[in-house]
Ligand binder design. Structure first.
Ligand code: 5GP
Ligand code: ZN
Length: 116
């Protein structure tokens, strides 16, 4: 289901234009508006799930995670490496309450940073 009041629902479903990196029937991956690394892509299910705590079908979850590898290939960071983050809830500073997977890379990172 799509939530008309949710910005990521609008972006992932093409209702608001954005820089799409990859798209299929289930997910849309687009550039983060405030990138923390040279590569910073968000993988977003087209249906609305508020976070990992939501009731997410395993095929959606699996497909979203499998998309990480595709994004790495598209962005040319497969060999150099990358960081994958899913901020969940207040303590993790989740700011957009539509599930999204951060894919960060394109330069060396330290152990604890960045925290998207
Ligand atoms: P969170 O803190 O919820 O894990 O991450 C939300 C991310 O969404 C942030 O990295 C932020 O820069 C990004 N973001 C917030 N609003 C927009 C938007 O309207 N468009 C895009 N492309 N990214 C956004
Ligand atoms: Zn949404």
């Amino acid at each position: 289901m799509i939530d008309d009041s949710c910005i990521f629902c609008s972006l992932a479903n093409g209702k608001i234009p954005t820089n799409v990196v990859y798209e299929d029937g289930m997910v849309c991956a687009f550039e983060d508006a405030n990138p923390m690394m040279p590569v910073h892509v968000l993988i977003v299910p087209k249906d609305h799930y508020s976070s990992l705590n939501d009731e997410i079908p395993e095929d959606v979850l699996g497909h979203a995670l499998a998309t990480v590898k595709k994004i790495a290939e598209i962005k040319g960071i497969t060999e150099s490496g990358y960081r994958v983050m899913v901020n969940t809830g207040d303590d993790a500073c989740q700011t957009v309450h539509h599930l999204h997977i951060h894919v960060l890379g394109g330069a060396p990172m330290t152990e604890g940073s960045p925290r998207a």
